[in-house]
Design a protein around this ligand. Sequence first.
Ligand code: GLP
Length: 249
Amino acid sequence: MDRGRGFMRIIKAEDYDHMSKIAADFIGAEIMLKPDAVLGLATGSTPVGTYKYLSEMVKAGEISFKEVRTFNLDEYEGLTASDPCSYAFYMKEKLFEHIDILPENTHIPSGTASDGEKECAGYDAMIDECGGIDLQLLGLGHNGHIGFNEPGNSFITKTHRVELTESTLSANRHFFHKEEDIPGAAYTLGMGGIFCSKRILLLVFGKEKAEILYEAFHGPVTPLVPSSLLQLHRDVVLVADKAALALFD
Ligand code: GLP
C-alpha cells in the first residue's frame, strides 16, 4: 500500500476482480463495525464485481444489511424504477435482490418526480436525518465526474438536476439499446453531499482512466475535474488496478 497526497490512501489491485474483492472486504468491514451504517452507493460498470462479492458475503452469513441504509448517487431523468436502464433497476438486479436489505432503507433519487427541486431538497434532508453518509462508494467518469457532477465552472454542492455532457453520454451508451434512448439529463447528489461523507472509497480500473485519474489527484483542484475535490477530503481510499494507476509513481 502506497501513501498518496494528503490523507488519501492508494491500494493497487492486480486487476478488476482483485479491486472488487478489496472493495467488498472494505465495505464489509464497515458493516461489521457499524451494522446500521449509512452507505452511499454508485452504479456503472465499476462496482458490479464489488456488489457480487458483497452478495456472496451476505449469503455466506459473514455480513448482514438488515440495519444498513443506502443512498445512491444518481438517477437518469425520465426513467422509472422498472426501466431496465434506470439505476434503480441496476441496484435491484446487481445488489438489493441478493442481500437482506430492507427495501425501505434503500434510497435512489427519483428520475420522474413531478417537482424535481423538491425531490432534490428532500433527498439531501433524508441523508441529514440519517446522520450523513458513513462510507461513500464512488466510480470515476471518463471526464473526471463523480456521481453525475459534470465538469463546469463551479462545484454544485446540493443534489441537483444536471444536463449530461457528450463525454458522459458516449461513455454510458453501451447501457442502452439505442442512442436516442439515453436520457440527456439526470439527478445527482451534489459535491457537498459527497464531500460530507465520513469516508470515501473510490474505485477505478482500466487504462482508459489512467490519465483522468492522475489529473484528479495530481492536478489542480478545479470544478473542471470534479473528482479533484477529493484531494481536500480527509479520508479517501482509492482502490485501482495497475492499468489505472499506470501514471502514478
Ligand atoms: C456514470 C455514473 C457514475 C459512475 C461513472 C463511471 O456516469 N453516473 O456514478 O461512477 O459514470 O462509470 P463506469 O463505472 O461505467 O466507468
